[in-house]
Design a binder for this molecule. Structure first.
Ligand SMILES: Nc1ncnc2c1ncn2[C@@H]1O[C@H](COP(=O)(O)OP(=O)(O)OP(=O)(O)O)[C@@H](O)[C@H]1O
Ligand SMILES: [Mg+2]
Length: 389
């Protein structure tokens, strides 16, 4: 995947002259020590990250950790004190105000926590707003706004005023307005945080659904780790202006790397987060013949054809015979195959103790084997069997 946005050593000190603060930070000082010595607030302390094109990139952290400052530096509502922000390889930090306005207008759009709709304008005019700024002709922008309103499920609400809509609907309008511009980067700062839990879940599902077809690069800021896990393809965790952990949701829960991060992961529903791929065991080849391959490992044995597709299961007795005689036994056993992306909650539901369980890729090729032990160990957050504790 190509890189859409890259941030290199970004600092933000809220001060007219950040020189001394930068020196302190670069010399290993912290946000606290800068405040203690200079009375200046550090927003960002040497943040670097890379956002792949099409990512749903989550910025997560406690209040005051610097999430909004980071987002605001990316669209340059905040002036960075040092560092580079590369948009498709071009550093936007040195751009003139005029060039910057152009970038903001055409490349990025922003969705805030509090809808920020124009109260006296109808819903459709709110959605058109970004297009109007871009100089899109009235008829054309009206058509686009109507399209996008129906995408977010508000087709019938275009000619109402914002105050006639519920909070969740207003947030949809905000989302529609951001989507209407066709900007390839969407920055959403706590966009769903003010919504009731049910509406919030609905909006999250909506965003996931939209993203499947829109394939935007989304920078999504949240202080809710569950939300980050649900939506994110990658998560960056911030603390005191620093980026302290970055990775896929599964990798962060598996290896938080610090107590600060571990504290977020404690309540996570592991059965819904982890997939079959993350716990499967590599298959060991036990036998190879002209018309098949037998592999074994966790959860029994499987007979594969030459394309490594599963054709049968082999029970323990049959595996023992095979090992003794070196011959493929006559009997066959039952088996199950699950896709590698299947969540453990679903794997556990389909699990049968008398079936060998294979994990297969998109083409149906076997990539691993799975037993109850691996599934349970991961759900219970134990070191997986066979792994060093
Ligand atoms: N305009 C400003 N002037 C001075 N300090 C600021 C300004 N904006 C933010 N800060 C400070 O920068 C730090 C990071 O703030 P920021 O708003 O980025 O945090 P956040 O992670 O978005 O928090 P929240 O979850 O509460 O939105 C905080 O210490 C905050 O006080
Ligand atoms: Mg914030």
């Amino acid at each position: 995947m190509s890189e859409r946005l890259r941030i290199e050593n970004l600092y933000k000190v809220f001060a007219k002259d950040p020189t001394e603060a930068l020196q302190i930070l670069r010399g290993g000082g912290t946000k606290d020590s800068v405040f203690g010595k200079l009375g200046q607030v550090v927003g960002l302390d040497g943040v670097s990250l890379s956002v792949p094109s099409g990512a749903m990139y989550m910025i997560m952290g406690l209040s005051g950790s610097g999430k909004s400052t980071l987002a605001r530096c990316v669209n340059r509502l905040n002036e960075p004190s040092a560092g580079r922000i590369l948009l498709d390889g071009q550093d936007i930090v040195p751009l003139s105000e005029k060039a910057l306005r152009e970038v903001r207008r055409t490349r990025m759009s922003m969705v805030f926590q509090h809808f920020a709709l124009l109260p006296n304008k109808r819903v459709i005019e709110n959605v058109e707003f970004g297009l109007k700024l871009r100089g899109v002709a009235p008829a054309q922008r009206r058509k686009r706004a109507e399209e996008i309103l129906s995408v977010v499920g508000l087709a019938r609400w275009g000619y109402h005023l914002p105050h006639e809509l519920s909070g969740g609907m207003r947030q949809r309008v905000g989302l529609a307005r951001a989507l209407a511009t066709d900007a390839d980067i969407l920055i959403m700062d706590e966009a769903f945080s003010a919504l009731d839990p049910l509406i919030r879940t609905e909006m999250q599902d909506e965003l996931l659904r939209l993203q499947r077809t829109l394939n935007k690069t989304i920078l999504f800021i949240t202080h809710d780790f569950q939300e980050a896990l649900k939506l994110g393809t990658r998560i960056a965790i911030m603390s005191e202006g620093k980026l302290v952990r970055e990775g896929t949701p599964q990798s962060i829960v598996l290896e938080p790397g610090s107590d600060y991060v571990a504290a977020f992961t404690r309540e996570v529903d592991r059965a819904r987060l982890f997939d079959a791929h993350s716990v499967m065991k590599a298959p060991t080849v036990l036998w190879r013949g002209p018309n098949g391959i037998v592999v074994g490992g966790a959860g029994g044995g499987l007979l594969l054809d030459q394309q490594e597709h599963v054709v049968a299961g082999l029970g323990e007795a049959q595996i023992a015979t095979l090992k003794q005689t070196g011959e493929l036994p006559a009997g066959r056993g039952p088996y199950l195959c699950v896709p590698e992306g299947a969540r453990l909650v679903d794997v556990a539901r389909s699990y049968r103790s008398d079936h060998a369980m294979g994990v297969v890729d998109d083409s149906g090729k076997l990539v691993g084997l799975l037993g109850a032990e691996q599934i349970l160990a991961r759900i219970a957050n134990l070191p997986s069997p066979g792994e060093a504790a």
